[in-house]
Design a protein around this ligand. Structure first.
Ligand code: SF4
Ligand code: SF4
Length: 189
């Protein structure tokens, strides 16, 4: 079945449209997003090339996108969408791609630490209602075993009041968001 612009529901482009409302087929490959992307020099494929691969709607090109390192380098800075003449919301596309990459176990091996940080960050918000830096760092170091990395920065940050020893109070509102998301996931699976 097609959702418009030739995008089929069983392709990755179809999933992106379903979850974010973005039609990747609108991209006409001007390259402005890639030219302005602050992480573009590290990305291979570049953001516009990722969109081109998605437009093929072929299982092989979809797999190439989901197993790319590029999707984990996106900083969600929104420079691309501010430059895009077709208002293709690339940050939203990247969000769907990262979730789907995790779901299909296609995460690029070099993205291991980024994924660990992502999980530690989400768990801290889930458990404490807002960011607790020391909890986040401890959880990240346990996941990655990078116990000594950046350790000299801790006293400086603590001295400047950037690290709080105790977490903030748990927010029921945030808990409700996570419970709602979990229920929706269960209904969809
Ligand atoms: S700027 Fe927009 S139209 Fe141009 S390549 Fe990027 S996503 Fe496509
Ligand atoms: S949001 Fe991501 S893809 Fe877009 S310019 Fe920023 S880093 Fe690049």
């Amino acid at each position: 079945m097609s959702v418009g612009h030739g995008v089929t529901t069983d392709s990755l482009a179809g999933l992106i449209h379903q979850q974010s409302g973005v039609l990747v087929q609108r991209c006409y490959q001007c390259g402005k997003c890639s030219a302005g992307c602050p992480a573009g020099h590290e990305m291979d494929p570049a953001p516009s090339v990722l969109l081109h691969l998605l437009q093929y709607q072929h299982p092989e090109s979809d797999k190439k996108v989901l197993s790319s390192y590029s999707i984990w380098l996106c900083l969600t800075c929104h420079t691309c969408i501010s430059r895009c003449p077709m208002e293709v919301d690339l940050p939203k596309v990247m969000d769907v791609l990262r979730a789907e990459s995790l779901h299909r176990a296609l995460v690029h091996p070099r993205a291991k630490d980024i994924v660990a940080f992502h999980k530690s960050f989400i768990d801290t918000i889930r458990n404490f209602g807002r960011l607790w830096e020391i909890g986040l760092i401890a959880d990240y170091k346990l996941r990655t075993r990078h116990f000594l990395q950046d350790v000299v920065l801790a006293p400086v940050m603590f001295h400047k009041g950037k690290l709080s020893l105790l977490p903030h109070f748990q927010s029921r509102f945030v808990n409700r968001i996570f419970s709602g998301l979990q229920k929706r996931e269960e209904q969809e699976s």
